[in-house]
Design a protein around this ligand. Structure first.
Ligand code: NDP
Ligand code: GDR
Length: 340
């Protein structure tokens, strides 16, 4: 039974990748960042039905000693580095933290592998944000990079370090340049989930409007379930390499709003407003990826169309809000009343 170690296991991709690897018969370990809210931290793994099958070990991507200890204990065959400060907007407010976690963090884990288990195969979660102010209309592995945020710059450093560990030490280190991918497990602060959550609230009478930033930006949106398949395929090849993973279709935030509101029979014009407060200091205006190399070398193609992703996300948020409003959570005051 092969053994995999996933950093960022509690995030969106961590949940989908855990499920994929468990279904393939892997033993799956996950790096868990210690938290005072440990009771809610496994929510995504629970939602996807694997919380009791993965083995979680305390550690932190910024703490090399914890990574060395974990690699010594787990002896992984494959390591998927998904952990990051992944929210682009926050990277202007916390540029140094983003550099430490998103930029240097991957080097910490590669160092742990180089010292303890150099034969392990390594996947680095690189990002289309590295293309930033795009230099080619359609971005592929040969497109020059031009990051537009502290997050993009940190990811670019980690991307080049992955290539350098491969070329310097002969490690099997791959970098997947993944374009945006979404799902019902997407974090609430990212625009797609913010929209589908807003649609659900408005439909159920819990909110009246939805305030967003730039509605004209365009993204190449896929589904996380398809994209974790590409990560796994990269580590099954004879040779380590870098791949763009994308759908080759770009859609504006405005159009995403239209689709999500239309799913519940509403017109987004009546509910969505754009606020200057939510504009970014520098924007990535449009992304559109060419995943020909992944198709040809890995046999990978995206399967889930955006329309289905939007519908699934809206339905999941409707279900979440219905469940929340039908179950009355006991408050501290009501508990004290019952006890008296
Ligand atoms: P999420 O934001 O959902 O998950 C990020 C994960 O990183 C969480 O498990 C988080 O833990 C963990 N983490 C953050 N800081 C640390 C730390 N210091 N030590 C250990 N773990 C930490 O991201 P996604 O699942 O969406 O993305 C996975 C990866 O892919 C990220 O690296 C992201 O930057 C990258 N990426 C994502 C794309 C996308 O569209 N989703 C596209 C391209 C790249 P906790 O739960 O405790 O917060
Ligand atoms: P992104 O995702 O920055 O592409 O990074 P996000 O969903 O945050 O933004 C996409 C676009 O939407 C615009 N936007 C808003 N964004 C947010 N979050 N909230 C809003 O209210 C809002 N209004 C408009 C943004 O300006 C932007 O143009 C994601 C992350 O998963 C990264 O970790 C990953 O590397 C990249 O995708 C590929």
């Amino acid at each position: 039974m092969p053994t995999a170690l996933i950093t960022g296991i509690t995030g969106q991709d961590g949940a989908y990748l855990s499920k994929l690897l468990l279904d393939k018969g892997y033993e799956v370990y996950g790096l868990l960042r210690r938290s005072a809210s440990a009771d809610i931290i496994g929510e995504r793994l629970r939602w996807i039905g694997v919380l009791d099958q993965v083995k979680l070990i305390d550690g932190n991507l910024t703490d090399l000693s914890s990574l060395i200890r974990i690699v010594q204990t787990v002896k992984p065959d494959e390591v998927y580095n998904l952990a990051a400060q992944s929210f682009v907007a926050a990277s202007w407010q916390q540029p140094l933290l983003t550099a430490q976690v998103t930029g240097v963090g991957p080097v910490n884990i590669m160092e742990a592998l180089r010292i303890v288990r150099p034969e392990a195969r390594f996947y680095q979660a690189s990002s289309s944000e590295m293309f930033g102010k795009i230099q080619d209309k359609i971005q592929s592995e040969t497109t020059p990079f031009y990051p537009r945020s502290p997050y993009g710059a940190a990811k670019l450093y980690a991307h080049w370090m992955t290539i350098n560990y491969r070329e310097s030490f002969g490690m099997f280190a791959c970098s997947g340049i993944l374009f945006n991918h979404e799902s019902p497990l997407r974090g609430i602060e990212f625009v797609t989930r913010k929209i589908t959550d807003g649609v659900a609230r408005i439909k159920l009478g819990l909110a009246r409007e939805l305030t967003l930033g730039n509605l004209e930006a365009k993204r190449d949106w896929g589904h996380a379930r398809d994209y974790v398949q590409a990560m796994w395929l990269m580590l099954q090849q004879d040779k380590a390499d870098d791949y763009v993973v994308a759908t080759n279709r770009t859609t504006s935030i405005r159009e995403f709003c239209r689709m999500a509101f239309a799913h519940v029979g509403l017109d987004y014009h009546e509910f969505v407003r754009s606020s200057a407060d939510l504009m970014r200091p520098a924007e990535v205006d449009v992304l559109l990826g060419d995943a020909s190399k992944a198709r040809e070398h890995l046999g990978w193609t995206p399967k889930i169309p955006l329309e289905q992703t939007v519908g699934d996300m809206v339905e999941a948020d409707l279900a979440r809000h219905r469940a929340r409003t039908s179950v009355q959570m006991p408050t501290e005051a009501s508990l004290l009343h019952e006890l008296s």
